[in-house]
Write a protein that binds this ligand. Structure first.
Ligand code: GLU
Length: 520
C-alpha cells in the first residue's frame, strides 16, 4: 500500500453548542494532522434535520478560532473535496446507495412504523437482521415489479444494509488494539430514507471519509459501537484498502462519582462544559463558557490535551500548542476514561495568567471593576495585578468545603483588591486582626505616624522606605499592622509602602484620619 498523506477530520453535527469533549476530539485531530504534515478537515454532519439547531455551526467555528485550532479545509475554510456540509451532498449519497443496491449489499424496505411495532410485539428482542428480514416487506421478499409499483405509487421506504450473519468483524483500533465483534449482534441498519431523501449518519460518514481521502478517524469512544458496521460498509464498497485507521478516544468522566461528564456536573460544581457561552435559541437558557469565565485559550488547550494522554518523561505538564504538536502520541492515549479535573483547569489558567504581562489582565480586570462601579486606569490595574497576582483566595467547592487556591481568573482579584479602590467605610471591632492590633494608644501612634508621613516628599514605595524605615527604627516603633487596619480595614493586602504609594499621600492620610476617628 502506498503512503498516503495524513488527512483527518472533525465532523460535528450542528445540534447545539460544542461540548468540551468534542473540543478535545478536534484538538487531538489537529495535533495528529500537524505532527504528520497532514490536513485537518471540518465537515458538518447535518443529515438529521430534526436535530438541527440554528447558530450551532457558527458557534463551533468561533470556538476553534478562539482556541487557535486551525482547519485546512471544510465548511467556511474552502478546499477541493467539497461541499463539506452533508446536506449539500444529497446527490453523492444517492449514487452510493445505488451502488450498494446494485451489488446486492443493501435492500429496500417498506415496513411502516406500525408494522415494525407489530413485529416487536410478537418477537422478543426483535432485530431487523438475517433472522427476520425474510418475514418483512422488502425487496428481498417482494418481486421487482411489486417494488417498482410501490415506489411509483409514492410509498416511502428506507434502504437497509444487508449484514451477513456469523462473521467476526475486526476493528483495528490504534488505541484499543483489535476489537472483535460478531456480525450476528448487528442489525440491518438504515442507510437512507426516501422521506427526506437523505442518508443516515453511517452512510454519509463512510462515503465522505472515502471521498475526502481521510486516513485516520479519531473520535470519541461513544462511536466505537458503530465501527464494526463502518468496517463492513468499507468492505461492501470495496474500499477496504483505503479504509481509515480508527482511534477511539477515552471518555471524559465526571469529576466526582462515576459516569460520563455531563452539563449537570458543570452546573453543580461551577465549571463550564462548553468553550464559549451559549444562548439557546429555543429556551433562551444561557450556558457558561470557558472564554467568558476568564480562561485563556492556551490554558484550555493545555488542560484538554492532558485528558487521555500525557507526555510521560518527555515534558512537564505545561505545553504550548507547538509543544503539544511535538510530543502528542495518539498510540499512547489511554483506553480508560479521563476524570474531568476542573480544579486542574483553574490551575492551568493561573499558570498561563502569570506568564502574560501584568497589563494583559487589564481588559478583563477592568470589566470586573466596572461591574462594581469602579473606573480604574490601565496603569492602576497593572499595578494592582503586579502586587496581588500571586495571592491565594478562599472559595467554597462543589461540596460546600472551604478551600484555598491561586488566583485563576481576573474575577478572583475583586475580593482581594477592593480596598485599593474603595476606602474602608467601617471597622469590625470583633475582627481578630483589628482587635489584636488596635489598642488604647494606637490612635495616638497613628496620629504621630501620619504627621511623619505628611512630611515625605517622595511618596513612592522606595521613597517611603528610605525615610520611614530609619525613623521607625530610631523610635522603636512597629506601626505596620495598625497602619494596615487604617488603609485596608483588615489583615490582608500587599506591602504597606507599595499600598500607600498606590493610594497617594492624600488618600493615605485621609484613611488614617478616618480610622483614628472611628476606632479611637
Ligand atoms: N457527526 C458525528 C459527531 O457528531 C461524527 C462522528 C465521527 O467522527 O464519525 O460526532
Amino acid at each position: 500500500m502506498t503512503e498516503r498523506k495524513v488527512r483527518v477530520r472533525f465532523a460535528p453535527s450542528p445540534t447545539g453548542p460544542l461540548h468540551i469533549g468534542g473540543v478535545r476530539t478536534a484538538l487531538y485531530n489537529y495535533l495528529f494532522a500537524r505532527q504528520h504534515g497532514g490536513d485537518l478537515i471540518f465537515r458538518i454532519e447535518d443529515t438529521d434535520s430534526t436535530r438541527f439547531v440554528p447558530g450551532a455551526e457558527e458557534y463551533i467555528i468561533e470556538s476553534f478560532k478562539w482556541l487557535g485550532i486551525q482547519f485546512d479545509e471544510g465548511v467556511s475554510f474552502g478546499g477541493n473535496h467539497g461541499p463539506y456540509r452533508q446536506s449539500e451532498r444529497r446527490d453523492i449519497y444517492k449514487k452510493y446507495v445505488q451502488v450498494l443496491l446494485d451489488a446486492g449489499r443493501a435492500y429496500i424496505a417498506f415496513d411502516t412504523p406500525e408494522e415494525l411495532d407489530a413485529k416487536r410485539a410478537t418477537i422478543e428482542n426483535f432485530q431487523y437482521d438475517a433472522s427476520t428480514r425474510l418475514q418483512m416487506r422488502n425487496s428481498l421478499t417482494l418481486s421487482q415489479e411489486e417494488v417498482d409499483a410501490l415506489i411509483a405509487e409514492g410509498q416511502q421506504y428506507v434502504v437497509r444494509f444487508k449484514i451477513e450473519p456469523g462473521r467476526d468483524v475486526v476493528v483495528d483500533d490504534l488505541i484499543r488494539g483489535k476489537v472483535t465483534i460478531n456480525s450476528n449482534v448487528l442489525d440491518d441498519k438504515v442507510l437512507y430514507k426516501s422521506a427526506d431523501e437523505l442518508p443516515t449518519y453511517h452512510l454519509a460518514n463512510i462515503v465522505d471519509d472515502h471521498l475526502m481521502e481521510v486516513t485516520h478517524v479519531i473520535r470519541g469512544e461513544e462511536w466505537l459501537p458503530s465501527a464494526p458496521l463502518h468496517v463492513l460498509l468499507y468492505e461492501a464498497f470495496e474500499w477496504a484498502d483505503t479504509m481509515p485507521r480508527f482511534a477511539h478516544l477515552p471518555l471524559l468522566l465526571k469529576p466526582i462519582g462515576n459516569g460520563k461528564l455531563s452539563k449537570r456536573d458543570g452546573d453543580k460544581l461551577g465549571f463550564p462544559v462548553f468553550p464559549l457561552e451559549w444562548h439557546d435559541p429555543k429556551s433562551g437558557e444561557i450556558s457558561s463558557g470557558y472564554r467568558e469565565k476568564g480562561y485563556l485559550p492556551q490554558a484550555v488547550v493545555n488542560f484538554l490535551a492532558l485528558l487521555g494522554w500525557n507526555p510521560g518523561e518527555a515534558h512537564d505538564e505545561m505545553m504550548s500548542l507547538e509543544e503539544l504538536v511535538q510530543y502528542f502520541d495518539l498510540g499512547k492515549c489511554s483506553k480508560n476514561g479521563a476524570k474531568f479535573d476542573y480544579v486542574k483547569a483553574a490551575w492551568f489558567n493561573h499558570q498561563y495568567l502569570l506568564q502574560q504581562p501584568d497589563e494583559a489582565w487589564a481588559p478583563a480586570f477592568g470589566k470586573v471593576l466596572s461591574e462594581q462601579g469602579i473606573d480604574a486606569t490601565t496603569a492602576q490595574m497593572t499595578e494592582v495585578v503586579r502586587m496581588m497576582k500571586t495571592k491565594v483566595i478562599e472559595y467554597v467547592d462543589g461540596q460546600g468545603n472551604k478551600k484555598k487556591r491561586n488566583i485563576s481568573f481576573a474575577s478572583d482579584l475583586w475580593p482581594l483588591t477592593k480596598f485599593f479602590f474603595v476606602a474602608p467605610a467601617e471597622f469590625d471591632r470583633e475582627d481578630k486582626f483589628i482587635k489584636k492590633n488596635w489598642k488604647e494608644d494606637t490612635a495616638n501612634e497613628m496620629r504621630n505616624f501620619a504627621e511623619r508621613l505628611a512630611q515625605v516628599a517622595d511618596f513612592t514605595a522606595e521613597g517611603l522606605k528610605a525615610e520611614i524605615d530609619p525613623w521607625v527604627e530610631q523610635n522603636e516603633l512597629r506601626p505596620w499592622n495598625a497602619w494596615r487596619v487604617c488603609l485596608v480595614g483588615a489583615g490582608q493586602g500587599p506591602d504597606m509602602y507599595e499600598l500607600a504609594a498606590f493610594l497617594g499621600k492624600e488618600e493615605t492620610l485621609n484613611r488614617m484620619q478616618f480610622a483614628i476617628a472611628n476606632l479611637g
